[in-house]
Design a protein around this ligand. Structure first.
Ligand code: HEC
Ligand code: HEC
Ligand code: HEC
Ligand code: HEC
Length: 124
C-alpha cells in the first residue's frame, strides 16, 4: 500500500513539473499589427492589464485561463476572417464593430482610465 502511494506522489510531481515547463510566456507587451498597412500598430501594455483583470476578461473563449496555461489562442485566429458573419471582424474600422475597439474602448470608458482617442492607441 505504502509503495503504491509513493508511486502516485512521484507521478503527481512529474506531471506538475511538466506543466510548469510547458506553460506559456505571459507577455509584458503585445503589438497588434494585423492592420498595419492601414493604421499604425497598437502596443498594449499586456502585463498592466493581466495583473489587474482576470485573463478571460479578454481571452473570452478560454474561461478560467491562468498563467499556467499551455496554449493561448491569438484573437486573430478567430477574428481576422471570421467563419460566421455574427463574429465581430478585425477588418471593421467601426468603433462599435471592431472587436478590439469594442473591448478596449468600452473598458477604458467604464474605468475612466486608458486611451479612448484614435491617436492614443494608433501611435504614428
Ligand atoms: C483603445 C485603443 C484603440 C483606440 C482608441 C482606437 N483603436 Fe483602432 N484599433 C485598435 C486595435 C488594437 C486594432 C487592431 C490593430 C491591428 O490588428 O493592426 C485597431 C484596428 C483599427 C483599424 C483596422 C481595421 C481594418 O480595417 O482592418 C482601423 C482602420 C482603426 N483601428 C481605426 C481607428 C480610428 C479611426 C479610431 C478613432 C476613432 C481608433 N481606431 C481608435 C485599437 C484602438
Ligand atoms: C485586457 C485584455 C487582456 C487581459 C486581461 C489578458 N490578456 Fe493576454 N492578450 C491580450 C491580447 C489583446 C493579446 C494579443 C493577442 C493576439 O496577438 O492576437 C494577448 C496575448 C497573450 C499571450 C500571447 C499569445 C500569443 O500566441 O502570442 C499570452 C500567452 C497571454 N495573452 C496570456 C494571458 C494571461 C495568462 C492572462 C491573465 C494572467 C492574460 N493574458 C490577460 C489581452 C489580454
Ligand atoms: C476561438 C475563437 C475566438 C478567440 C480565440 C477569440 N474570440 Fe472573441 N469572439 C469569438 C466569437 C465566435 C464571438 C461571437 C460570439 C460571442 O460573443 O461569443 C466573439 C466575440 C467577441 C467580442 C464581442 C463581444 C460582444 O459583447 O459583442 C469581442 C469584443 C471579442 N470577441 C474580442 C476578442 C479578443 C480581444 C480576443 C483575444 C484576446 C478574442 N476575442 C479571442 C471567437 C473568439
Ligand atoms: C477590462 C478593462 C480593460 C480592457 C478590456 C482594456 N484595458 Fe487598457 N487599460 C485599462 C485601465 C484601467 C488602464 C489604466 C491603467 C493604469 O493607468 O493603471 C488601461 C491602460 C491602457 C493603456 C495605457 C497604458 C499606460 O501605460 O499609460 C493602453 C495603451 C491600453 N490600455 C491599451 C489597451 C488595448 C489596446 C486594449 C484592447 C486590446 C485594452 N487596453 C483593453 C483597462 C482595460
Amino acid at each position: 500500500m505504502k509503495g503504491s502511494h509513493r508511486h502516485l506522489w512521484l507521478w503527481a510531481v512529474t506531471i506538475l513539473a511538466a506543466v510548469a515547463v510547458a506553460a506559456v510566456q505571459v507577455p509584458e507587451t503585445v503589438t497588434l499589427d494585423k492592420a498595419k498597412n492601414k493604421q499604425a500598430p497598437v502596443v498594449m501594455p499586456h502585463k498592466v492589464h493581466a495583473d489587474k483583470y482576470a485573463c478571460d476578461t479578454c481571452h473570452h473563449t478560454q474561461k478560467g485561463l491562468t498563467a499556467e496555461a499551455t496554449e493561448v489562442k491569438p484573437c486573430a485566429s478567430c477574428h481576422l476572417d471570421p467563419e460566421k458573419p455574427e463574429t465581430p471582424s478585425m477588418r471593421e474600422m467601426s468603433l462599435s464593430k471592431n472587436p478590439f475597439h469594442k473591448l478596449c474602448i468600452d473598458c477604458h470608458k467604464k474605468e475612466a482610465k486608458g486611451p479612448t482617442k484614435c491617436a492614443e492607441c494608433h501611435k504614428k
